[in-house]
Design a protein around this ligand. Structure first.
Ligand code: HEC
Ligand code: HEC
Ligand code: HEC
Ligand code: HEC
Ligand code: HEC
Ligand code: HEC
Length: 421
């Protein structure tokens, strides 16, 4: 009888564990940060708002942090000194209020920003895949710890029970059967095999799914072209070069002609004082020499201020072979204009602070979970958009106050065929 209790306990712990797997997963701080905060904050660098890494240590208290993020305007108007000081320091820029974030979600965001390290540089796709595991190691680590603790617990319970049984038997004068060592016990062997299968399966599928993902991928480009110099310091609009991002599926990389619109005139980099150019490895870059590389590709002679032509009058140009950074698998349909023109999503929400990058790296994981999370959380600009006039039911519900917003999920953004061919 006691023995079956012991077995029952193991089975119970086992089932509890298996059914609890999804419940263990905490809110995804990174996804929350990217969809809500990344347009203004960078964990490591000041942007529209201050760098957030370590912010929990500098603000007055945890409670302050919660109330600030939920509604910074009310903290400022309450006369709080710290709040008024940073507000003044950031030229009275208003931060968006996030009344819907729970304390737990805010904790997850803070844990995420504290965990961010400066991006690594690597130049091969092979090396890139290894850096991707980082994203999920946090939760994998928790899974492994919980498994080990639960297994140890099950084992101890089982040993205690069989010990108790022997003591009871001795007391009642029942002869004890010679004990089978636990590694020969059939129940233990069966459990071990089943668990081994489940975990091997879990790790292998996880590993396979992550193949080909390359978050933080930052390849070396043929010309050291800095987005910070162009889109940041000189305020060139993203769409000047990536016009496709508002009009079509692909954002497109500009051709050399687009560069030459400006660089027929601009033949040197004069910003080295204010913004010296350095690679992620710390190598110094001469901007003027990089512009000379552009001229080689464009077939431009800076001395004569004219294109170099062959005997037939064709310009001797070679296309610049930019290394593609973002790459969704072929079975996924992603459309830029849907997001930027219809959804009004900012480039930075998906691509991170590109205007501050000298070298572009892949900011987001581009995983299915990443797309889905954003579709769950993001409300579409429903009332001001004709595109959504077909959803009469939601319009009625919004009017009657039954509903406060419509998310991408509500308009079908989680349907498989919307994203998969
Ligand atoms: C619209 C831009 C914007 C967004 C979006 C935004 N913030 Fe801010 N945040 C600011 C600015 C600007 C400040 C500086 C204070 C001020 O001017 O209000 C700030 C300040 C802060 C501070 C105080 C920093 C310090 O140094 O004490 C915290 C914490 C913070 N933000 C967290 C967040 C979190 C978390 C999110 C996302 C849920 C977020 N912010 C989204 C603009 C923004
Ligand atoms: C003057 C032209 C120019 C402007 C302005 C510009 N870009 Fe780019 N962008 C490029 C070129 C050239 C590349 C390819 C080289 C590279 O990756 O650095 C590129 C690459 C990118 C990539 C990576 C593409 C890939 O390979 O997957 C992203 C994302 C991007 N730009 C976003 C932006 C955003 C967002 C802005 C505005 C803040 C912007 N760009 C402004 C020229 C420009
Ligand atoms: C709208 C005008 C404009 C366009 C288009 C443009 N540039 Fe520039 N570029 C500038 C300005 C302004 C500077 C900074 C000059 C200075 O600070 O002296 C610059 C600087 C540079 C530099 C030196 C700094 C650095 O980023 O390394 C390079 C190289 C360069 N551009 C390459 C390119 C390439 C390649 C393209 C096309 C993809 C391009 N530019 C398109 C305006 C432009
Ligand atoms: C930052 C948030 C965000 C991320 C990340 C995001 N989306 Fe979206 N997506 C939106 C918004 C907002 C809309 C609503 C715009 C619209 O109706 O077209 C949308 C709409 C869509 C639609 C049209 C849905 C419909 O019902 O019309 C598709 C398809 C789509 N997204 C695919 C993707 C894919 C694939 C990814 C990942 C590679 C992705 N999205 C990542 C915000 C996001
Ligand atoms: C909802 C998320 C999202 C937004 C918003 C977004 N992008 Fe992208 N971007 C992506 C994804 C995903 C890819 C990879 C697409 C692929 O591989 O097919 C990508 C790829 C790119 C590329 C590489 C070339 C291409 O078309 O594949 C450039 C350049 C780029 N984006 C620029 C921009 C610019 C500029 C904006 C703002 C006007 C912007 N993106 C807004 C998600 C986004
Ligand atoms: C919002 C867009 C979106 C929706 C909706 C979506 N997917 Fe995906 N899916 C993706 C993206 C992006 C990838 C590529 C992920 C990667 O490269 O790791 C993907 C990959 C996959 C894969 C390959 C395994 C993997 O994770 O790479 C399968 C299988 C899949 N999706 C099935 C589905 C099914 C079934 C549904 C409907 C329940 C669905 N998807 C709905 C965007 C979406």
């Amino acid at each position: 009888m006691v023995r079956s209790i012991a077995q029952g306990m193991i089975a119970l712990v086992f089932t509890l564990f298996v059914f609890n797997l999804p419940a263990i997963a905490a809110p995804d701080g990174k996804a929350l940060f990217q969809s809500n905060c990344a347009s203004c904050h960078n964990p490591l660098k000041d942007a529209t708002g201050p760098a957030l890494k370590g912010v929990d240590a500098r603000v007055p208290s945890k409670e302050w942090l919660y109330s600030w993020i939920k509604n910074s305007a009310s903290v400022i108007s309450s006369g709080d000194k710290y709040a008024n000081d940073i507000y003044a320091k950031w030229n009275k820029t208003a931060m968006t209020a996030f009344p819907n974030l729970s304390n737990e979600e805010i904790d997850a965001i803070i844990t995420y920003v504290n965990s961010v390290e400066p991006p690594k540089k690597d130049d091969g796709a092979g090396a890139a895949t290894t850096s991707t595991a980082k994203d999920s190691t946090g939760s994998n680590w928790i899974y492994s710890m919980v498994t080990i603790i639960l297994l140890a617990l099950a084992f101890i319970l089982w040993r205690v029970n069989s010990g108790l049984k022997r003591v009871a038997n001795e007391k009642d004068g029942v002869p004890n059967v010679k004990e089978i060592p636990f590694y020969r016990n059939k129940v233990v062997i069966a459990m071990t095999v089943i668990l081994a299968f489940i975990f091997a399966g879990y790790w292998i599928t996880n590993g396979a799914v992550e193949l080909g993902r390359q978050q933080n991928y930052m390849p070396e480009q043929p010309i050291f072209y800095s987005h910070k110099v162009h889109a940041g310091i000189n305020q060139v609009n993203c769409l000047y070069c990536h016009a496709g991002a508002e009009k079509s599926k692909h954002a497109m990389i500009p051709s050399t002609n687009v560069c030459m619109n400006c660089h027929k005139q601009i033949n040197e980099y004069t910003g080295a004082e204010e913004h010296p150019l350095v690679t992620a490895e710390g190598k110094k870059i001469d901007g003027t020499a990089e512009i000379q590389k552009l001229y080689k590709y464009a077939g431009w002679d800076p001395a004569k201020k004219d294109y170099i032509r062959d005997e037939n009058g064709n310009i001797k140009a070679t296309p610049i072979e930019w290394v593609k950074i973002h790459n969704l698998p072929d079975h996924v349909y992603f459309n830029h204009s849907q997001h930027t023109a219809v959804g009004k999503v900012q480039c930075q929400q998906c691509h991170g602070p590109i205007h501050e990058m000298d070298e572009v790296y892949q900011f987001s994981p581009l995983s299915m979970g990443w797309c889905i999370n954003c579709h769950r959380q993001t409300e579409v600009q429903f009332t001001s958009n004709n595109y959504y006039s077909i959803f009469e039911k939601y319009h009625a519900e919004l009017k009657s106050g039954k509903r406060t917003g419509v998310t991408v999920e509500d308009i079908g953004g989680l349907e498989c065929q919307k994203c998969h061919y």
